[in-house]
Design a protein around this ligand. Structure first.
Ligand SMILES: [Zn+2]
Length: 339
């Protein structure tokens, strides 16, 4: 047996073992809820392999039968993948109707049909209604797998039609161990930073390291230090960041900076927190809010350069000032001035 095909990330193993207790799925619809970047796609792939296999075991798919061979070539006719189209923000009702139409044809291989809807929270209202109808009148031997990283956006009616499986984020140690195995040459500190910047998601952290985004991280730090020392202006610093393929990550850098700044004050060993520290704590928290609001401005219609320059200057102010800090991003009026 090909162990790679049936292997699964360590943090998905508990759920996989539970799933494997049954040779056939118990229900017809499962809602898999997980944070982004932990590889839920792999779990879906394993469930799919096993369900379409003609002789599955409690270990997973046999990897030998016709069903398994069709899947290995990614051409199983009884598997349907519904996802957001590249240029769209939502999944529309036409997509759901087309899917339902195909489901009404008989199964090509005489077994299960498996439908995977990923980012199911992106269905619009009429798409949800169309899906709900299908879930309410399940055809035999049909398995729906719905995945989401934002379960709160799903209508109760959809949730109540599904069995829910929740996938918590991996433990930090588990993620670090896995990354060290995946990237044996990589420094532990870098692995830890990659995980922090990617909200503990191991696959995102892996991609962050593999695509050398730590170079951007270093450029961000260097830019701020040059700004602080008066060697560069905010607009010079920002101009470099804006050349990155995905400059919006700057807001995560600033956010995490503020988290550790606040932490350093909260966990300060001195018995009496001095006044300046009190101000710094307040300002760190205010800046943390400011990064989130600045990110929203950025994602809206604001002038991107101006948003980042303003945030840089606010960062500098928080470092240097002993006065209470008030971000321009906290007032809608001022936000308007940034656009
Ligand atoms: Zn098989």
């Amino acid at each position: 047996m090909d162990s790679v095909m049936n292997s699964i990330y360590p943090w998905l193993q508990t759920q996989w073992a539970q799933w494997n207790k049954h040779v056939r799925p118990l229900g017809h619809a499962y809602l898999l809820s997980s944070p982004k970047g932990i590889g839920i796609e792999q779990f879906v792939a394993r469930v799919l392999q096993k369900t379409l296999c003609h002789q599955p075991t409690t270990q997973g798919a046999c990897l030998q039968c016709q069903g398994c061979r069709l899947q290995q070539g990614n051409q199983h006719p009884d598997f349907y993948h519904l996802t957001r189209l590249d240029d769209k923000k939502e999944i529309n009702v036409e997509q759901v109707r087309t899917l339902v139409g195909k489901l009404n044809e008989t199964s090509h291989q005489g077994g299960y049909k498996v439908i995977w809807i990923d980012e199911v929270e992106l269905l619009n209202q009429s798409a949800f209604n169309a899906l709900l109808k299908t879930l309410e009148e399940p055809a035999p031997n049909t398995l729906f797998l719905l995945t989401t990283s934002d379960v709160g956006r799903l209508p109760e009616t959809i949730k109540s039609r599904c069995q829910q499986l929740n996938f918590p984020p991996p433990l930090l140690k588990e993620a670090v161990d896995w990354l060290q195995l995946a990237l044996p040459q990589t420094d532990l500190k870098l692995i830890q930073r990659a995980l922090r910047l990617n909200w503990g998601a191991p696959l995102d952290a892996l991609a962050w390291i593999e695509t050398k985004q730590f170079e951007e991280d270093a450029q961000w730090k260097e830019g701020l230090s040059q700004l602080q020392q008066g060697q560069k202006t905010a607009s010079q610093v920002v101009a470099l960041w804006l050349k990155w393929p995905n400059p919006v990550v700057v807001f995560d850098y600033f956010y995490l900076w503020s988290v550790s700044a606040v932490r350093s004050v909260v966990y300060a060993t001195e018995q009496n927190v001095r006044l300046e520290q009190g101000v710094f704590l307040q300002n760190g928290l205010a800046f943390q809010q400011a990064t989130l609001q600045a990110k929203q401005c950025w994602q809206g219609n604001a002038n991107k350069e101006l948003v980042l320059e303003t945030l840089c200057l606010e960062w500098l102010e928080v470092q240097q000032s002993s006065e209470f800090f008030k971000s321009v991003f906290q007032s809608n009026y001022q936000k308007g001035m940034l656009s």
